[in-house]
Design a protein around this ligand. Structure first.
Ligand SMILES: [Zn+2]
Ligand SMILES: [Zn+2]
Length: 370
């Protein structure tokens, strides 16, 4: 007798249908994860609006759950067993390239879903690739042998562990890429979940001074930033951010700038270049899709000897550090975990992250079994 799985399936641009799918058989070298929490992020908002690339798919790439059925080979290979609470990386690496040996699955060609239609990443992969359960907005996801799992430490609830994705990005971008550490001064632009996680990572690592910027509609998020330890918050629509940053730093500027804005255009990069200290600061940038940048001040950048880095996902190590940091329960995370939705509300959950659903959303989770 076949078993069924309930999943929210994206069937077109901004369109989701609840569907019953076949629960696939689990061979020795695979497993199933019962999804407890699937986080929704800004990437989902952008992706959701786009046309299908290769047929319907199950979205949801920030997944935490219990191993439900575990094949023998899978268990031996991953050191896991049924009942383990795990965080699943959305990268499904080839396992043998130079990047995978470094835990840098984000750079593995096999995870390059944007250019390679055969590549698999959780939350972005068509159901046309068997067995189709490649997203967390579903009761179960399918785990082949090369799935990358992290055990969730004791004392963390699945919902808290659901913050591991933005937190691992925060650790990657602020600490590993930006070099934030003891006594560093940092400017974080954009107080969404990514910005807030960069803030927590920076404070946890001993940053001396963290300044967070936002716009007028971010008033609540800037309050949360304060509660997470931001030393100063700036509404860039209400005052001149550069002037304020220079006043705060006694004219010196900051050591590190991290851009976590969405839809900010070129302004955050331009502010970052000016807000950095006189020489040898570091700026970690996002860059949006097809954004053009006329008159990019390359001369100003090189004269200040600025190091420019790209914020692009996270390494294995960043996830491990994120789970440890979350387990320390240092920050009032509940202020950030604003909304949870069931499977039938996936459409609304994504729209809420995009500012067009439930008001006040910061970190939004889908709980498929609710
Ligand atoms: Zn994400
Ligand atoms: Zn690889």
């Amino acid at each position: 007798m076949s078993e069924k799985v309930l999943a929210a399936v994206k069937v077109g641009p901004s369109t989701t249908e609840l569907r019953e799918l076949e629960l696939p058989p689990v061979p020795d070298d695979a497993a199933l994860m019962k999804v407890e929490v699937a986080g929704v992020c800004g990437t989902d908002v952008t992706q959701y609006r786009l046309p299908l690339r290769n047929g319907p798919l199950v979205m949801g790439h920030e997944n935490v759950g219990y191993l439900a059925r575990v094949g023998k080979t899978f268990a031996a290979h991953n050191g896991m067993r049924e009942g383990d609470l795990v965080f699943l990386e959305h990268y499904l690496p080839c396992g043998h390239c130079e990047w995978d040996h470094l835990g840098e699955y984000r750079h593995c060609p096999a995870t390059e879903w944007f250019y390679d239609p055969g590549a698999i990443r959780y939350g972005y992969t068509s159901m046309a690739i068997a067995p189709g359960l490649w997203g967390g907005f579903s009761h179960y996801v399918y785990l082949p042998l090369n799935a990358v799992l992290h055990k969730v430490p004791e004392g963390l609830t699945p919902e808290e562990a659901g913050v591991a994705t933005p937190m691992s990005n925060g650790i990657q971008w602020a600490l590993i890429d930006g070099g934030v550490g003891y006594a560093t001064t940092v400017l974080i632009q954009g107080p969404g979940q990514q910005g807030l996680c960069c803030l927590m990572a920076s404070k946890h690592a001993g940053a001396d001074l963290v300044i967070m910027t936002g716009t007028s509609k971010d008033a609540r998020r800037l309050e949360v930033a304060r509660a997470f330890g931001a030393d100063h918050v700036i509404d860039v629509e209400a005052e001149d951010p550069l002037e304020r940053i220079l006043t705060i730093t006694g004219g010196r500027g900051v050591d590190v700038v991290i851009d976590c804005t969405v839809g900010g255009g070129t302004a955050p990069t331009l502010l970052g270049i000016e807000a950095l200290k006189r020489r040898a600061g570091t700026m970690v940038v996002q860059g949006e899709g097809n954004q053009e940048f006329p008159s990019f001040p390359i001369g100003r950048l090189t004269r200040k000897a600025i190091t420019l880095k790209s914020a692009r996902g996270h390494s294995y190590r960043a996830v491990e550090l994120a789970l440890q940091q979350l387990a320390a329960h240092r920050f009032p995370l509940e202020m950030m975990m604003t909304h949870t939705f069931g499977l039938a509300e996936v459409d609304y959950a994504i729209k809420s992250v995009g500012g067009q659903g439930a008001p006040g959303a910061i970190h939004v989770s889908v709980l498929p079994w609710r």
